[in-house]
Ligand binder design. Structure first.
Ligand SMILES: [Zn+2]
Length: 108
């Protein structure tokens, strides 16, 4: 499944247009996602039909679920650099899984 993580840590589950139509017709709130991290609820079928970008349903904030940056303590998001697993949006560093700690590791 594809997700989109906004800079503020909010996560969307990205769905295709067919899934959006299905969810919309079962009264589940679906959103049009824009490249600038904004979104708009789909109020009617035309909102779905005429949007050429991504669609999503809300997953929620992931702060506390994601690992933290070993340098600055900010939460990490999946890296846009294919060579790395995680990226810190605050200090711009990329990390692989072995370099970082997660909440579950910290707690155990
Ligand atoms: Zn950092």
């Amino acid at each position: 499944m594809k997700t989109k993580v906004c800079k503020d840590g909010f996560v969307w589950l990205v769905i295709n247009k067919e899934a959006t139509y299905q969810l919309f017709s079962s009264n589940i709130e679906v959103f049009r996602l824009y490249d600038d991290d904004s979104e708009a609820a789909c109020d009617n079928a035309n909102d779905v039909r005429f949007h050429n970008g991504e669609f999503g349903i809300e997953v929620g904030f992931v702060k506390g679920l994601l690992p933290f940056c070993p340098k600055c303590g900010n939460w990490l998001v999946p890296s846009r650099n294919p060579k790395y697993t995680w990226e810190c949006l605050r200090c711009g560093e990329n990390f692989n899984g072995g370099e970082i700690g997660s909440h579950s590791q910290t707690l155990s």
